[in-house]
Design a protein around this ligand. Structure first.
Ligand SMILES: O=P(O)(O)OC[C@H]1O[C@H](O)[C@H](O)[C@@H](O)[C@@H]1O
Length: 540
């Protein structure tokens, strides 16, 4: 039997009708009609509080969204993931990042074998290595302890570790700094190596496949830099690898004794809690890393076991689908009110856009509806003085996530009230706006009134956590992972492959041959022109 496409489902059609009837309703009216709305539309789990009351939702819309989840088999798909089924169908792989954060006593079968002991063994090796680097007993070739770690990796082998390193600033080791090099632009490595003593520097070559051109190119250049200063024999003390591909690690000239492995059932963008998190563990220590994993696991359990109506990631995912597919929203803003979470939007861009940027469904049919939205954002309050103008008065629908913490960790905690006042006020301003009457009462110049009106009715979620601890970070990231899962399940797409990134990689190598004069490939006239211009400039 051919599975129905999502548009054929009764719930999908019902939601369309509801959305059509929704036009003209204002959040202001919803709150006026239901004084308990703020208490009704909130949910809490694992210390994450989600206020979703400032959304275009009522009981009928929510019921329709849960009906959609049911008709689409969300629960069965979720259970299939946790059971280790090959839900990444295009690569024929299980999707089990959730196994990375299971307690040691748990079991998780992948193709008949329990993977928990392997996961624990790698974590133990990571912990041993991290503690040696941290306590200074891992020595560089000339007998000095390590002061700087350089993580060479890109995409999922970079964004999570960098985001976590910044987020967990307060938990970092005082002696050790971690720098990140992703871009193949030599400027990135140059900047990272500036003023470093090779004798005190450790490189982590982080690459799931160990074939990624950017990472391998940077790793070769870094190796040369080190060898020039300390000689070939120093490499073993200053380079470690994180990969699923032992063969390629060996072929690259690195000892697999200094390799930390993971598995093909961990997608790159779901790997910050695997050995890819080695830099995180060195920075914050094994105990804090285990707290991070415990946070992930707590949210996994919530997602796996809670009824859909109280299930935070499910709620969040369905609300995104609601704006995306029934109101035509193109993008979603992530606005962390925490300076240390400033790379969260970039991290979520890969998580969400690489996972759900698809246009073919699991049955290989063209997807008849829009899939993943554009994700973007900056920390509050910085964004308020830049793009919030468009959020408040622009013509586009952009649902926002405002993320905040009840307790400040910064020593400058005195400023926390002002920071949080901004978060709370922004959600209020987005929802309720400012009318012409209010402006008149406030004595605004009549000619300015039309320009100063804020229409409001702009939806947002507020996410609150206690403090930006390792555990809270794990909870927050897992929450978004499962929201992405929920959305992908509704569309019936494979959220775990990324074939779209292949083409550019292949073409870049082809173009490089043209640039280096090794070949003359046929190109369109625009590409030819640019190539000619570039080659002429390089010769000149
Ligand atoms: O870890 P690696 O194998 O080096 O991959 C790094 C990144 O590059 C690829 O092109 C993918 O698009 C990403 O999903 C991946 O995270």
């Amino acid at each position: 039997m051919t599975e129905k496409t999502v548009v054929d489902l009764a719930a999908w059609q019902d939601l369309h009708k509801q959305a059509a009837a929704w036009r003209g309703r204002h959040l202001k009216d919803l709150f006026a009609e239901d004084p308990q709305r703020g208490e009704r539309y909130r949910a809490e789990a694992c210390g994450l509080y989600l206020d979703y009351s400032k959304n275009w939702l009522d009981e009928a819309a929510l019921t329709g969204l849960f009906k959609l989840a049911e008709e689409r088999g969300l629960v069965a798909r979720r259970d299939a993931m946790f059971a280790g089924e090959h839900i990444n169908v295009t690569e024929d792989r299980a999707v089990l990042h959730v196994a990375l954060r299971l307690p040691a006593s748990a079991h998780c079968l992948v193709d008949g074998a329990d993977v928990v002991p392997e996961v624990q063994a790698v974590l133990q090796r990571m912990a041993d290595f991290s503690s040696r680097v941290r306590d200074g007993s891992w020595l560089g070739a000339s007998g000095k302890p390590i002061r700087t770690i350089i993580n060479l990796g890109i995409g999922g082998s970079y964004l999570g570790p960098e985001m976590a390193y910044l987020a967990l600033r307060r938990f970092r080791h005082p002696r050790i700094e971690v720098r990140f090099v992703a871009n193949v632009d030599g400027a990135a490595l140059e900047q990272a190596l500036a003023h470093l003593d090779p004798a005190e520097t450790l490189f982590i070559v982080a690459s799931k496949t160990f074939t990624t051109l950017e990472t391998m190119t940077n790793a070769r250049a870094a190796r040369q830099w080190l060898v020039a200063a300390l000689g070939e024999a120093a490499v073993a003390q200053h380079f470690v690898a994180v990969s699923t591909n032992a063969e390629a690690v060996r072929a690259f000239g690195m000892d697999t004794e200094h390799m930390f492995g993971f598995w093909d059932w961990v997608g790159g963008r779901y790997s910050m809690d695997s050995a890819i998190g080695l830099s995180t563990m060195i920075a914050v220590g094994a105990e804090a890393f285990f707290d991070l994993l415990a946070g992930f696991h707590a949210m996994d359990e919530h997602f796996r076991t809670s009824p859909l109506r109280q299930n935070l990631p499910v709620l969040h995912g369905l609300i995104s689908v609601w704006y995306n597919n029934f109101f035509g929203a193109q993008s979603q803003a992530v606005l962390p009110y925490a300076q240390d979470l400033r790379r969260l939007p970039a991290y979520l861009q890969q998580l969400q856009m690489e996972s759900n940027g698809k246009s073919v469904d699991l049955q290989s049919r063209p997807l008849p509806v829009d899939s993943g939205m554009v994700i973007w954002g900056e920390p509050g309050t910085d964004g308020q003085h830049s793009f919030y103008q468009l959020l408040h008065q622009g013509t586009r629908l952009i649902p926002c996530d405002l993320i905040g913490f009840l307790e400040p960790l910064a020593e400058s905690g005195a400023q926390h009230d002002l920071l949080m006042a901004n978060l709370i006020a922004q959600a209020e301003a987005l929802a309720f706006g400012r009318t012409a009457e209010q402006l008149r009462e406030e004595g605004a110049a009549p000619a300015q009134i039309p320009f100063r009106v804020c229409p409001g009715n702009r939806p947002s979620n507020i996410l609150l956590l206690e403090a930006l601890t390792p555990r809270a970070l794990g909870i927050l990231v897992a929450f978004y992972e499962h929201s992405v899962f929920t959305q992908g399940a509704i569309w019936g797409i494979d959220s775990f492959d990324q074939w779209g990134v292949e083409l550019g990689k292949v073409l870049a190598l082809r173009v490089l041959e043209d640039i280096q004069g090794k070949a003359q490939h046929a190109h369109d006239s625009s590409t030819q022109q640019i190539l000619a211009r570039y080659r002429a400039a390089r010769k000149g």
